[in-house]
Design a protein around this ligand. Sequence first.
Ligand SMILES: [Zn+2]
Length: 269
Amino acid sequence: MIEVNPMGVVTQIKMSREVDGKPLYWVAAYYVDGLLIDTGCSYTGRELVSYLDDKKLNAVVNTHFHEDHVGGNHLIKKRFPVTICAHPDSVPLIHQKLKLYPYQEFIWGYPEPTDVEPIPDRIRTDHFEFEVMETPGHSKGHVILFERSQGWCFSGDIFAREMPKFIRPEEDMGETIHSMKKLLHLRADPLILYTSVGRVVEDGRQALQTCIHYLEDLAAKVRSLETKGLSITDIIQELFGGEHNFAQITNGQYTTENLIRSVLQIRQE
Ligand SMILES: [Zn+2]
């Protein structure tokens, strides 16, 4: 199912696999001035194309290669003579069949591998100019799009919530903090975050600062407990009351243990 939310010039397109008439889990793409940012999951590809059918589509960007951001690529390319762009590190990953956990296959489905092009530094639409910034951490080859005159930041998955409790094993929270600090330096007031989880954060700067502070504080606490001789399991128990149940739901992919291990790798300044 898809849910279209007009937000002035920007349109949010929320997409989810539908089971018994209900959404399983939403992911958001954004359409603005002929530019589509992310293409959702494979289950909603047809609905996305039918929404776009009577619209101009001049450019498509994948913020990163994850299956809930590239799933509509294949059908979009079949329907529109448009180039899809992604960070050069993501291009080969979007071109190959991803390996998915069972829960990912159930919620999002396998995206068809597609040909995409390396993204340029800037993308111009009829009325706007989007600066492309590399923002690794959540994944390699992750980009955000920034429209300076409007203060829009299409932030992909680099920020989802102020206090993350679980992450994927390949996420690097040191890099995530670094990327979020880069966003803090963007000259725009306010800085509006259009996130892939569907949240639009009007005071993006405040949200980013809260998240950075939470992660740096967490890293300090974890280091201190480790120095006292606590094991990773003990630290999870002490700080979070045990592993999050999301670990079970996601076949062990999203865990608090991954978060703890990643913040332990953050270099102290
Ligand atoms: Zn992602």
